[in-house]
Design a protein around this ligand. Structure first.
Ligand SMILES: O=P(O)(O)OC[C@@H](O)[C@@H](O)c1c[nH]c2ccccc12
Length: 482
């Protein structure tokens, strides 16, 4: 939603209200007929009734809201969001009324571009238990007035933020429910790490709701592990009701103390001037501690056939580091032909000695998800086709490595510039392959990667880092701060 589109939606809505009144041409009962049910109960998975959206077009134009709400209810979902905006989302207040009247025990959120108190009165009478208040749409005073009115009516408010400016605007309200949208209002893109990052600036006691872009149970786990109380799922819930069980189970499971994505988002916020740095192919303790003290964000330990193969005991004995520890694996096929995580890596991950797994083999998207959590995928990119295949992976980030025939990682080969540029168009860029002190400044300048991954480029010999090169790397990167 570019600013223009958001303004367009609001403009259309104002005109519609002038024409049809706040009831939007729908017969609204004079008195509320349905019970008020509190919003956001556990398991806090809020599924949405959404026929279409400006970013996706038609999702399911013939969606029957009552049938869909029945699927949600059967899956154990207690809160349902109903889009009532007509011009861009093909919604209606009739949908909301039908859902709430059929399932009075559900808590129903009215998803609308709410503008004034009359919108709230109508929402209440139509049967909404909660309303969405979008911070970026409303002046601070109006937002405060609507927030107070919502609770005066007995409803809950989900206050939606997208930026630090929004957070500053809502801070004095200290809303009980704060929704953070992963969808960027300008580009339509969702970035699962964005809410994690923004959550860091929320300093009041609130139930955080992760909004948009959730596709799988893993995404729900990422949100829960980052401290979100709940998730709001639209398109996936409509298109893939078969995933509702998996999504609801993940929402109900509770956090697992996996801090990987949350810490990464925090480190990104801590030093926005330079990319995140992963130093990979570490075998020795000194190298790990030096990279950590210099400011590396990730330390990579290779558990695959490689001259840089790490040893499980040294990882176990390393102790606490600021940097997150990643096990780089090429998953093997077991006797049953199914892939599995190397046993030592599974033990290190379960024991908390590794924070995440980087899959560096030929794993398929659905295989990765079943093998480890948290994880991200590294893909070898030699063509446009490789880039497209990379988009199928579900991890919030995919690491682009150069395709060097017969060698996996540490090859010193770089991806061609035009492919890197293409990759950067689709979202934050993580790149590996041939990065060293000679080219790092140029790479950062030209491609603005979110993460750079270095292995052979900071080595004295295979498996041994060169302390001078490591120091020089961080000097070069930090020099960019001026
Ligand atoms: O379909 P998704 O990506 O799961 O997103 C659902 C919901 O977060 C999204 O519909 C939404 C979030 N905030 C909004 C404000 C208005 C309209 C819609 C929205």
């Amino acid at each position: 939603m570019s600013r223009g589109i958001l303004e367009g939606i609001v403009e259309k809505r104002r005109r519609r209200i002038l024409r049809e009144g706040h009831s939007l041409g729908v017969q609204i009962p004079a008195e509320r007929r349905v019970p008020l049910v509190s919003f956001g109960r556990e398991p806090c998975i809020i599924c949405e009734i959404k026929r279409a959206s400006p970013s996706r077009g038609g999702i399911n134009p013939s969606l029957d809201p009552v049938h869909q709400a029945g699927l949600y209810s059967d899956a154990g979902v207690l809160s349902v969001s109903v889009l009532t905006e007509e011009d861009h989302f093909s919604g209606s207040l009739l949908d909301l009324m039908a859902v709430k009247e059929t399932f009075p025990q559900l808590s129903v959120l009215r998803k609308e571009f709410i503008l004034d108190e009359e919108d709230l009165e109508i929402s209440f009478r139509a049967g909404a238990d909660a309303v969405l208040l979008i911070a970026s749409l409303l002046e601070a005073d109006t937002l405060a007035q609507l927030y107070t009115k919502t609770y005066a009516l007995g409803m809950d408010a989900l206050v939606e933020v997208h930026s630090v400016e929004d957070v500053a605007k809502v801070r004095r309200l200290r809303p009980r429910f704060t929704g953070i949208n992963s969808r960027d209002l300008r580009s339509f893109r969702t970035d699962l790490l964005l809410p994690l990052q923004l959550a860091e600036s929320i300093d009041w006691d609130t139930k955080l709701i992760f909004e948009s872009g959730i596709g799988r149970g893993e995404d729900v786990r990422i949100a829960r592990n980052a401290g979100f109380s709940g998730v709001l799922i639209g398109e996936t819930a409509v298109r893939h009701p078969e995933r509702l069980g998996e999504l609801a189970a993940a929402a109900g499971a509770g956090p697992e103390n996996s801090v990987f994505w949350k810490h990464l988002a925090r480190r990104r916020a801590d030093h926005p001037q330079r990319p995140l740095v992963k130093v990979c192919g570490i075998t020795g303790r000194e190298d790990a501690l030096l990279a950590d003290s210099l400011g590396a964000d990730l330390l990579g330990f290779v558990f695959a056939d490689s001259p840089r193969r790490a040893d499980a005991d040294s990882v176990r004995n390393l102790g606490a580091t600021w940097a997150l520890k990643v096990g780089v694996v090429v998953s093997e096929s077991g006797p049953d032909g199914r892939r599995r995580l190397p046993g030592e890596v599974k033990e290190l991950l379960d024991g908390g000695y590794l924070d995440a797994v980087q899959f560096h083999g030929d794993e398929e998207p659905e295989e990765c998800a079943g093998l480890a959590f948290p994880y991200y995928k590294a893909v070898r990119v030699g063509s446009q086709k490789d880039l497209e295949a990379a988009r199928n992976f579900w991890s919030p980030r995919v690491l682009m490595d150069a395709r060097a025939e017969g060698i996996r990682g540490g090859s010193g080969v770089r991806i061609s510039s035009h492919l890197v540029r293409r990759a950067a168009e689709t979202g934050p860029l993580w790149i590996a392959g041939g990065i060293n002190c000679e080219n790092v400044v140029e790479i950062v300048r030209d491609f603005n990667p979110e993460l750079i991954d270095l292995s052979s480029g900071v080595e004295a010999e295979a498996g041994k880092k060169d302390p001078e090169k490591l120091k020089r790397l961080f000097e070069l990167l930090d020099g960019r701060m001026e």
